[in-house]
Design a protein around this ligand. Structure first.
Ligand SMILES: *Cc1c(COP(=O)(O)O)cnc(C)c1O
Length: 834
């Protein structure tokens, strides 16, 4: 330690550290804003960039987080509390500034302070790029969970990767998706703090050898590795008005010095630089696949990089506070694995405890099984991660040995429980045998964890009845459900200020921290004057949304139309195709003059397709082509509008959810694990049209069946129909569907581009269509008709809308996190000190 460091440390209470708290009022904020703008960023009146006002305000707000951040860290250290680490390859954070101001309680002060300088706060906040470090629901869930953990003052730290390029930017050209890289860090990131002193070294490649330690015990070491540095960047996660600031730690890959020096001295400078680049590629880009595996070597590198760096960081911290005694580590720490993406952590924790800290197998295994918990996010077989054994052998040889040993011991346990049942052993083996044997990551996660949960009641049931049945037979108590939730700070208080003010006035302000309080709105659903105010707020939000859609899509949504919205990743199981078939049906009715008692409708669809997912991209193209034809036809004026909004992302959803009347949640039953978009819409007073899938079931239970437009097969119905599914006879026998198919097949929406939708059309007529789109068509258009009729009765609709918000309290991620804590983590809420 340097003499300066010693001097600083030896007088912790003098004026070196004890700064007065920063002011939270308008004047104090404006003063700091001007300071950063003029001095730190060197701007003046000629500066045109809209980015610097954002950066100046962000820096002023960050200062206010910094003091609370330190005090939170100190409280966790000094109380020596149990901790949880949320390991996730994705954190879909969106923007930070508005949320930080809301949680600090300085929104009004900032608005006033900037107003006094002649600046509109909204103009500043809208210049922040989204942190798009995730694909969709899974990554956004991780972000909502961090907000709830900080709000509940739980000692939880997120661990993820600091991708240089987040989720791609989606453009639509001639109806087709184009992808553009998202260099979100180009202008710097005011929210991150580099912590180089916590850099870790992560091994790859090489080979293993055995040796005897000083006590003569046989040991293994992993040698000849090509190491990559993991450099942490910390992001503050403020709780809601409670002075807690938790941490999201994101790792960036960097080359070690050997890359620069060794090869250089050997005279191969370009090779040296190339290797350095290869090391840094690990965190270059987020894989843009949602609900399907990637299978690329670089992806496995990312997974191990996150697991290894995070575990090293946790063990370092443990040793700092407790020394190298791990006897109580298991009871004081928990790792929550967000899907199987970080599941290699099971073997990596074993490796570090044994090879780096000298523990024996049994002690290390006891700790692993006491600390790891796994959340499953999908039943889709294409999403189940498996890695070739040969890839493991080449990239992570020591990890493969440990997986083999875990498997041998586990299969012995299975054989003891079910002697002679070799089929069961084959099914449950962590290694899938075959020409190219594979490591089953979900099995590794289950065997290595004390808790396995699904994300909605139906999903958790389907898991133990199906995919995880053998494991449930063996360990029934390991399995549990934690229905997802979303944070009411971002998804109601922040994104819907009109509704927030009405709620505050009507039921007080406690609902933001205790969303079950929304129940108190129920009686107001019967109050006509209240409903009128509710309507005025919804119409304002619809105006705000319509303005955005007009700007982005050049499509005009009339405000008297029902705003019918489906935004989510484009996937066949989510059935955007069913939605567009309904749009074509409505268009067909208009063309036939069948418009008596018509409800004007504005249909909005948005979402990204994985770049390699051909069918999803064709569906986007179809939506855009149908929109062009419908919107250009004078017959549809005032009756029907359709828009595909490009680049669906968190900040766009913050405008979409408050302006939506009808929320489309129409997946094939049994396929959507939970959904969380459905919850954001419900909170903002949208009524759902949906299938009995994922959390829709619980949404319907909460709001009541009369306030939800249900249609379609059940999960069991889908499975039993599969045997004899005959879409062509459904089409032949349903005039509406027949006419829709006729329009599609006659090329009505692709006049000069014959054949471009053949695959999509074929999928509807395919008896093996896994998503059974045709089976639910009739039920869907009838439910849409009921929704349209309900919307025409304004006060009836408003009543439903109020009740949806009123009954949405269950879907706060605060409730979800309380359950994780009660059943899995068992952490003690801990307040920051002084
Ligand atoms: C909430 C959210 C999702 C998840 O939506 P689902 O409808 O549950 O699939 C995906 N992307 C973004 C940007 C979100 O905000």
């Amino acid at each position: 330690m340097s003499p300066l460091n010693d001097r600083i440390k030896s007088r912790p209470n003098d004026k070196f550290f004890d700064l007065p708290p920063l002011p939270l009022d308008a004047e104090g904020l404006a003063k700091d804003f001007r300071h950063y703008y003029a001095y730190t960023f060197g701007r003046d009146r000629d500066s045109l960039s809209v980015y610097y006002p954002y950066k100046a305000l962000a820096t002023a707000v960050r200062d206010r987080l910094m003091e609370r951040w330190k005090r939170t860290r100190r409280a966790y250290d000094e109380t020596d509390c149990k901790r949880t680490y949320y390991l996730s390859l994705e954190f879909l954070m969106g923007r930070t500034l508005s949320n930080a101001m809301l949680n600090l309680g300085i929104e009004d002060a900032a608005t006033q302070g900037l107003y006094d300088l002649g600046i509109d706060l909204e103009e500043i906040t809208s210049n922040e790029p989204d942190a798009g470090l995730g694909n969709g629901g899974l990554g956004r869930l991780a972000a909502c969970f961090l907000d709830s953990c900080a709000t509940l003052q739980l000692p939880v730290r997120g661990y993820g990767l600091r991708y240089e390029y987040g989720m791609f930017r989606q453009l639509i050209e001639n109806g087709e998706q184009m992808e553009e890289p998202d260099h979100w860090l180009r202008n710097g990131n005011p929210w991150e703090l580099e912590r180089p002193k916590f850099t870790q070294r992560i091994p790859f490649g090489g080979y293993t050898e055995t040796y005897h330690d000083h006590a003569g015990r046989p040991k293994t070491r992993w040698v000849g590795t090509h190491d990559v540095l993991a450099v942490p960047y910390d992001i503050p996660i403020p709780g809601y008005r409670n002075d807690t600031v938790n941490t999201l730690r994101l790792w960036k890959a960097a080359a070690t010095d050997e890359f620069n020096l060794g090869e250089f001295n050997a005279g191969s400078y370009p090779e040296s630089v190339a290797q350095k680049n290869a090391a840094e590629h690990i965190t270059m880009v987020l894989y843009p696949n949602d609900a399907s595996e990637n299978g690329k070597e670089l992806r496995l590198r990312q997974q191990f990089f996150l697991a290894s760096a995070s575990i090293k960081d946790v063990l370092r911290d443990w040793i700092r506070l407790h020394g190298a005694d791990f006897s109580r580590f298991g009871e004081r720490n928990c790792f929550q694995l967000n899907d199987t993406h970080p599941a290699v952590s099971v073997a990596e924790l074993m490796r570090q405890l044994m090879d780096e800290h000298g523990l024996e197998w049994d002690a290390a295994w006891a700790i692993t099984r006491q600390t790891m918990a796994y959340t499953n996010h999908t039943l889709l077989p294409e999403a189940l991660e498996r890695w070739p054994v040969r890839l493991f052998r080449q990239l992570l040889p020591r990890i493969l040995e440990i997986i083999f040993e875990i498997n041998a011991r586990f299969l012995a346990e299975v054989a003891t429980r079910w002697p002679g049942d070799t089929n069961r052993q084959r099914r449950m083996s962590l290694i899938e045998e075959g020409d190219d044997p594979q490591v089953r990551m979900a099995w590794l996660a289950i065997v290595g964890s004390f808790s396995v949960n699904g994300v909605a009641a139906l999903h958790s049931e389907l898991l133990i009845d199906g995919l995880f049945r053998d494991f449930h037979d063996l360990w029934p108590n390991k399995f549990n459900n934690k229905t997802n939730g979303v944070t009411p700070r971002r998804w109601l208080a922040m994104c819907n200020p009109g509704l927030r003010d009405l709620l505050d006035e009507t039921i007080g302000t406690d609902w933001v921290k205790d969303l079950s309080q929304l129940e108190r709105l129920v009686p107001f659903a019967e109050d006509a004057a209240f409903r009128d105010r509710w309507h005025a707020i919804k119409q304002d939000n619809k105006r705000r949304l319509a303005e955005q859609i007009s700007q982005i899509c050049q499509v005009e949504f009339p405000l008297d139309a029902i705003f019918d919205v489906q935004v989510k990743r484009i996937h066949e199981y989510k059935r955007q195709l069913l939605n567009i078939l309904h749009v074509i049906h409505l268009y067909n009715r208009i063309k036939h003059g069948d418009t008596a008692n018509w409800t004007p409708r504005a249909v909005l669809i948005g979402g990204k397709a994985a770049p390699g997912y051909v069918m999803a991209k064709q569906i986007i193209r179809l939506i855009n082509k149908v929109a062009q034809v419908v919107n250009a036809d004078p017959a549809t004026e005032g009756l029907l509008r359709v828009a595909f909004v490009p680049d669906y992302r968190v900040s766009l959803m913050e405008v979409i959810a408050p302006g939506t009347d009808l929320s489309e949640q129409i997946s094939t039953a049994g396929k959507e694990a939970s959904g969380t978009g459905n919850m954001k819409f419900m909170m903002n007073g949208a009524v759902t049209i949906g299938t009995l899938d994922g959390a829709n079931i619980e949404i319907r239970e909460q709001v009541g069946e009369d306030h939800f437009f249900l249609f379609g097969l059940t999960a069991a119905g889908v499975e039993s129909l599969r045997q004899h599914y005959d879409p062509n006879s459904l089409i032949a026998n349903d005039p509406a569907l027949r006419e829709v198919m006729n329009l599609l097949e006659s090329g009505h929406f692709n006049q000069f581009e014959g054949g471009i939708f053949d695959q999509v059309i074929f999928s509807i007529r395919n008896p093996h269509d896994p998503w059974m789109t045709a089976a639910d068509f009739r039920g869907y258009i009838e439910a849409q008709e009921r929704a349209a009729a309900a919307y025409r009765d304004r006060h009836h609709w408003l009543r439903m809308s109020v009740l949806n918000t009123a009954r949405s309290g269950h879907f706060s991620s605060d409730r979800t996190i309380s359950e994780y804590n009660r059943d899995i983590w068992r952490l003690t809420p801990t307040k920051p000190q002084d």
